[in-house]
Ligand binder design. Structure first.
Ligand code: ADP
Length: 646
């Protein structure tokens, strides 16, 4: 027996491993199984170059629980280790056997997994004691038994072991008894090992017999060693891709819309399959994520720093040994390989969409509602993607016809260009609520888009920024005549004092609500338009809507809703109301009252204004028709509620 000190400079390595190194204790299992798979693949490589002779026998990796002994064992039949190798690879942390192996067999080796960090030593995160029993593949090798109880000293002795390979035995710490439960281990194997390239066995297959589950003789293999992404696209049918999707996300009910098979050898290695899921709302998004693998070992489903954010809306698998795994998240983004991988994926996704659009427009239109959120998100956050996507980003009008931007511009340019040469796109977010507006617009020969998507407001603002002379206007944001101004508006004949008076009068009859603000304005609209109507300012309304998605815009969100109560000064009814007081009358009153006011105060103008308001209000504010007109305007926009409805 030999004793020794583990070759690290700091005595404190174990407490560090236990407490700080991994926030996720559970990854110890991935690390140990990765090592076991590595050792098995190395053996296969050696066998393929003739360095190991004969039949390799059972090469499955086994995970074995012993609840009585409180141990968890990871067993492989790979290359094993001699005492010297244990000393070199295990006792001297700084050595990475995998690296040495890769250098030696550079061109022959199958993928070597590992390189996640401290690897083997992560076993101490959950164990009081770790034992290694190993027999090397080398001829006449003696088996070795190594023990370490989580201090920096170890014991090593010869032992008897008949089968080639390595058993790593963890004596699980009392704090981590969950790792002695079948369910926990099964869960972890499913998460990390589902697609490992060597079969992993956990217990025996169970089957139902006489109403209970009984174990069969058959090994319970938990992984698929040839997952779809590792196979050639030419060998796969649509059904295979769909089956793999279900394998990845067993709880997902919807089928994917389409997919992209990634396969790059140079200048970096990347394989994977990205699926376009049906995404209707933001809420759907977070459930299933893209999974990152490194040579078929699950690494993470947090790929935010590896692919652009909007691509995280996709589902599927990315597998690349060229993504550095043990670096900080912020470093990842600046890594050259990661940058290349990210732009490669972006390009592939854009290519695929462009191809689908080109090849089958009708089918693309059918899918549009489901991919709209994704494409808009991409266009809003990635300049390059915007440039690609602008040709296949679609608009749907309220009759269900689809257009890309150029087609739509073409369609409306004759009818919907205003006097300043702006192309005005009319839209609704709610065709039912805007029914009257839409009908009138249609009669006038205008087209109306349906923009009810979550990102539509942002998308419209972006399009306006990028296309000079393109403007989006919601169908109810002004009276029809003003939505697309073909000529300068008529001037009305009323004085400011008269308007001020009527403003006060309407204010008095409008409902009082802190969350609603009414701004009263005057407009000489058509005689056959409503005498009073409500409009909502496009800019303010959009800002408010955008603030729901964007940080730093909450200022807009807190502002009350702004509406314009437009008084149509061309309407006979309004003229009649105004007629209650001629401008001469107003002037007379003003003069008289102003003189009076001027005698007593310095601030003549203020006083005069006050007086005029009062006077006009008393003359016109008590007219019942004011109430009725206002109520009709409110009713038309669904704002007459509660008590006011009486
Ligand atoms: P890494 O796998 O990143 O090199 P580890 O600490 O996990 O780091 O392992 C160190 C070395 O110990 C490995 O490179 C390998 O040479 C050896 N090793 C670990 N586990 C096994 C095993 N099950 N069979 C054979 N060799 C192993």
């Amino acid at each position: 027996m030999s004793k020794g000190t583990i070759g690290v400079t700091s005595d404190n390595i174990f407490p560090v491993i236990k407490k700080f190194l991994y926030s996720d204790h559970e990854i110890f299992l991935r690390e140990l199984i990765s090592n076991a798979v590595d050792a098995t693949q190395k053996l296969k490589t050696l066998s393929s170059v003739g360095e190991v002779k004969g039949d390799l026998g059972d090469t499955r990796v086994r995970v074995i629980l012993d609840k009585n002994k409180k141990t968890l064992t990871v067993q492989d039949h790979g290359i094993g280790m001699t005492a010297e190798e244990v000393d070199k690879y295990i006792n001297q942390i700084a050595f990475s056997g995998a690296e040495e192996f890769v250098n030696k067999y550079k061109d022959k080796t199958e993928a070597i997994i590992g390189h996640f960090g401290l690897g083997f030593y992560s076993a101490f995160m959950v164990s009081d004691k770790v034992e290694i029993f190993s027999l090397s593949y080398k001829e006449d090798a003696t088996a070795v038994h190594w023990t370490c109880s989580g201090e920096t000293t170890y014991e090593m002795e010869d032992t008897i072991k008949s089968e080639r390979g390595t058993d790593i035995v963890l004596h699980i710490n009392d704090e981590f008894q969950q790792y002695l439960e079948d369910a926990t281990i099964e869960g972890l194997l499913n998460k990390y090992c589902k697609f490992l390239p060597i079969e992993i066995v956990f217990g025996k297959k169970k089957e139902w017999k006489d109403g209970k589950q009984v174990e069969t003789e058959e090994d319970n293999v938990i992984n698929d060693i040839n997952p779809a992404w590792t196979r050639k696209p030419a060998d796969l049918k649509d059904e295979d891709y769909k089956a793999f999707y279900r394998q990845l996300y067993p709880m997902q009910m919807d089928e994917p819309l389409f997919w992209i098979h990634l396969n790059v050898d140079y200048p970096f290695h990347l394989t994977g399959i990205l699926y376009f899921p049906k995404i209707r709302t933001n809420l759907d998004v977070q459930k299933n994520k893209i999974q990152l693998y490194c040579n078929q070992v699950y690494v993470t489903d947090e790929v935010e720093n590896i692919v652009p954010q909007y691509l995280t809306l996709l589902h599927g698998v990315i597998d690349s040994p060229d993504i550095p795994l043990n670096v900080s998240r912020s470093y990842l983004q600046s890594d050259n390989n990661v940058k290349k991988i990210s732009s490669h994926i972006t390009k592939k996704v854009a290519d695929k969409l462009a191809e689908l659009y080109k090849n089958d427009k009708a089918d693309f239109e059918k899918k549009w509602d489901d991919i709209r959120l994704f494409i808009q998100y991409g266009m809003l956050t990635d300049e390059k993607f915007y440039e690609r996507a602008i040709s296949f980003a679609l608009f749907k009008n309220i009759d269900g016809a689809y257009f890309n931007l150029e087609e739509y511009k073409d369609k409306i340019k004759d009818q919907q260009t205003d006097k300043d040469g702006n192309l005005v796109v009319l839209y609704t977010q709610d065709p039912d609520a805007n029914f009257t507006h839409i009908e009138r617009a249609k009669q006038k020969g205008y087209d109306v888009l349906l923009m009810d998507g979550e990102l539509d407001v942002h998308a419209m603002s972006q399009l306006e920024q990028k296309n000079e002379k393109l403007r989006f206007t919601r169908i109810d944001s002004d009276i029809l005549e003003n939505l697309i101004r073909k000529e300068d508006s008529k001037k009305d004949e009323y004085t400011d004092e008269q308007k001020e008076g009527l403003r006060k009068a309407f204010e008095a009859v409008l409902p009082q609500d802190k969350k609603l603000n009414y701004y009263i304005s005057f407009e000489a609209a058509a005689e056959d338009a409503l005498p009073v109507f409500l409009t909502q300012n496009e800019f303010m309304r959009r800002m408010k809507e955008m603030s729901q998605h964007q940080q730093g815009m909450s200022f807009y969100g807190q502002m009350p809703d702004q509406y314009n109560l437009v008084v149509n000064t061309a309407h006979p009814l309004i003229q009649e109301l105004f007629g209650k007081m001629t401008s001469e009358e107003v002037e007379e009153v003003v003069e008289k009252e102003a003189d009076k006011a001027a005698e007593n105060t310095e601030n003549k103008d203020e006083k005069v204004k006050e007086t005029v308001k009062k006077t006009v209000y008393s003359l016109s504010g008590e007219d019942e028709r004011l109430h009725q007109l206002t109520d009709i305007a409110l009713l038309a926009s669904g704002q007459l509620k509660g008590e006011s409805l009486q």
